[in-house]
Design a protein. Sequence first.
Length: 95
Amino acid sequence: MKVQVYTAAWCRDCRAAKQFLEAHGIAYTEINVDADPVASAEVIRHVGKRAIPQLVIDGEWFQPYKPGRGLLFDELHVRLGIPRSSAQSTRTIEG
């Protein structure tokens, strides 16, 4: 699986997304939209605005958070194929 994360150093949700990937042993390539104007333009082209973090999982774009709700754990588990135990509850990380 190829995972890219579009981020910026100031972005709390980006840090939370990277922390989630690292905690689950998922390798990723970080693309800093502040340092790379082409990457920033790519986010705008795919999403319609400069909203980060953005994950690209095997070519499919996915925004792993909702403003005010934080990281979308259930959706991340599904999209990344990470099993969840039935005892786990839905939670969010506020970066």
